[in-house]
Design a protein around this ligand. Structure first.
Ligand SMILES: NC(=O)c1ccc[n+]([C@@H]2O[C@H](COP(=O)([O-])OP(=O)(O)OC[C@H]3O[C@@H](n4cnc5c(N)ncnc54)[C@H](O)[C@@H]3O)[C@@H](O)[C@H]2O)c1
Length: 297
């Protein structure tokens, strides 16, 4: 007689006794909600201790103040430059000293970088852009992964990394070359890292947001209403995305409910990247007549 199948453990979204490092967890707007700030707040709300890393200490401290006011787990702000190996090592050491463990790394730092095509772009600024957007993620992983390997597995997982990509890394069509190139590298770096570290119990995933309305986009009056409206209309849902939309997916991928998810690339773009267009007249679309009847192409 065969024994009845065992019931798999019931998933829980709780991240009590987890520790997360979030890079770029500040925001230029004191009360603005950037992707890093939103991720830190949502992870903290799930019960996670959070280390909020930013170039600017006051910006990271504002994030911590938002978390402490909700009074859930512990949050610490630290100033560091994630393009510097010694700073990345220091960040991980601080997490181990303060919280005793590292479970989650959210590699969120990213910049628009220099404008221009291959013909126009400034070569030194190009190299710096790759360093900030891509190399920094490798550096943080370099020090965080050995720390994650010290953890006793929960389920079969010792740690998880979420890399912040962009839909710009999935398709061409953006005016600059640096940004889509660097974000595309992050997409495949995620897959390569996932393959390298899966058997060590470390999951690695990528979030690709579309055109969110975050302080990076609007700070200092950078965006007029017309542009804001056009960005909204580019998506299938036709609605505006915020950093919370992005952070909710970061929280899921980082946490225990995603225990069977690694190497995935998750768009958060209201469908903007899944269709060429929703308003192409039927006559122009792939030889189909009204009602979808084929025209004999
Ligand atoms: N906002 C969007 O519409 C959008 C869309 C797709 C992807 N993204 C990605 O999301 C991430 C965050 O975007 P955001 O809009 O919240 O940006 P943001 O500019 O508001 O926040 C980025 C933070 O990173 C910090 N930072 C920059 N360089 C750093 C360094 N070397 N070391 C430490 N900290 C550093 C900045 O001080 C800033 O606080 C980026 O990777 C960005 O490419 C944003």
């Amino acid at each position: 007689m065969t024994s009845p199948p065992s019931i798999p453990p019931h998933p829980s979204p709780s991240m009590k006794n987890y520790t997360a490092i979030i890079t770029g967890a500040g925001s230029s707007e004191p009360t603005g909600i950037s992707n890093g700030r939103a991720s830190a707040i949502l992870l903290a709300e799930a019960g996670c201790n959070v280390l909020c890393v930013d170039l600017s200490l006051p910006w990271a401290e504002s994030t911590v103040a938002m978390i402490s006011s909700s009074n859930i787990p512990r949050a610490i702000a630290v100033a560091a430059d994630v393009t510097k190996p010694e700073d990345c090592e220091r960040i991980v050491k601080l997490a181990l000293d303060e919280f005793g463990r590292v479970d989650i790394l959210v590699n969120n730092v990213g910049i628009g970088g220099p404008p221009g095509t291959a013909v126009e772009v400034d070569v030194a600024a190009w190299a710096r852009g790759l360093e900030v957007n891509v190399t920094s993620m490798m550096l943080m992983a370099k020090y965080a992964i050995p720390a994650m390997q010290l953890n006793e597995p929960r389920g079969d997982v010792r740690g998880s990394i979420v890399n912040m990509g962009s839909v710009a890394g999935l398709r061409g069509g953006t005016p600059s070359l640096l940004y889509p190139t660097s974000k595309g590298a992050i997409v495949n770096m995620t897959r390569a890292m996932a393959a390298h570290h899966a058997r060590q119990g470390i999951r690695v995933n990528c979030v690709c947001p579309g055109m969110l309305y975050t302080p990076m986009m609007y700070a200092g009056g950078k965006m007029d209403e017309e542009t804001r409206q056009k960005r909204k209309e580019r998506s299938l849902l036709g609605t505006e995305g915020t950093a919370w939309d992005c952070a909710a997916v970061v929280r899921f991928l980082a946490g225990p409910e995603a225990r069977w998810v690694t190497g995935s690339v998750q768009t958060v773009d209201a469908g903007a990247s899944c269709a060429t267009s929703t308003d192409v007249p039927n006559a122009l679309s792939s030889g189909l007549k009204e009602g979808g009847e084929e025209e004999g192409v």
